[in-house]
Design a protein. Structure first.
Length: 277
């Protein structure tokens, strides 16, 4: 039996809610009894509307935040207590890429220095050649001496991806990683992620509110609503035969984009999926 890269069993995360002078604060059930497994080398898409608990789930899966209850394991072993030496070693293998790359990067450091920094911190040899190779791999060849304000949003996100990948992680949690980018740049970054997966075997927990984007990259999809997974299955099956009414409403909402944009997106999707498989 294969061991999942990351497994969540009956995981919940409750936050203290905001009360008012006449109302007792009800806890917010951000994540409520979730079971999911991310297999080695696969992309599991997590989709749902804003506030459905996706980011909280992502932080728990990445080991950055502890659940209120339930079990989280990384390659079959529970995460060590947050901040411990073992936890730091585990965390090296689970990187995160968030929505806003300029917040993730240090404005005072060159792009090359930002990629070198976590490698050095983890005792990995980070010579100029290695860093140049990482930059080339994400399409930033020759831009290592630039500073963040000298790059576009798409280039910045490439730098963040290179920095994550430099630690040779087993998993990258992508939380709305392309949501701030223009549609054409989104497609480039999604294709880059797929290429890197084919090359390095990294698994993605790919979180987005945008079902079109999730569909583009995911092998399997889990649909989240009010902290729960309401439907999960192979991406093609979820799309062809959605079982849950909420999934159906998400799919029905997709043509909101212009017909031309949709055709372009669906065309790219089938091309890139066939490339990966
Ligand atoms: P999503 O990423 O799907 O938009 P989140 O995981 O960010 O959802 O949030 C899920 C719910 O949990 C929301 O109601 C949000 O307000 C609440 N929440 C998230 N983080 C916190 C926190 N640190 N403290 C209190 N409530 C939180
Ligand atoms: Mg979120």
């Amino acid at each position: 039996m294969t061991v999942a890269a990351i497994e969540l069993r009956d995981v919940s995360r409750h936050y203290r809610g905001k009360g008012s002078w006449f109302l007792k604060a009800e806890p917010v059930r951000a994540v409520d009894g979730v079971d999911i497994a991310l297999n080695e080398g696969e992309t599991l898409g997590i989709v749902g509307e804003s506030g459905s608990g996706k980011s909280t789930l992502g932080r728990i899966a990445a080991g950055i935040e502890a659940p209120s209850s339930g079990h989280v394991s990384f390659r079959g072993a529970p995460y060590a207590p947050i901040g411990s030496a073992l936890w730091r070693r585990q965390r090296r293998n689970v990187q995160v890429v968030f929505q806003n790359p300029s917040q993730a990067l240090d404005p005072r450091l060159s792009i090359a220095a930002q990629i070198r920094q976590p490698m050095t911190a983890h005792g990995i040899e980070a010579g100029d050649d290695t860093v140049a190779e990482m930059l080339a791999r994400v399409g930033l060849a020759g831009l290592g001496n630039r500073f963040p304000h000298q790059l576009s949003g798409g280039q910045l996100q490439r730098a963040v991806i290179a920095r994550a990948l430099a630690l040779s992680p087993d998993v990258i949690v992508c939380d709305e990683a392309v949501s701030a980018l223009d549609v054409s740049v989104q497609a480039q970054i999604l294709n880059l992620l797929q290429d890197l997966q084919a090359e390095f075997g990294v698994a993605y927990l790919f979180i987005s509110h945008d079902l079109g984007v999730v569909r583009h990259v995911s092998h399997r999809i889990a649909v989240m609503r009010h902290g729960r997974i309401v439907e999960t299955g192979p991406a093609a099956v979820v799309f062809a035969q959605p079982q849950d009414h909420y999934t159906r409403s998400l799919i029905a909402a997709l043509p909101a984009a212009s017909p031309a944009a949709r055709r372009a997106r669906d065309g790219r999707q089938s091309a890139s999926l066939s490339k990966v498989r």
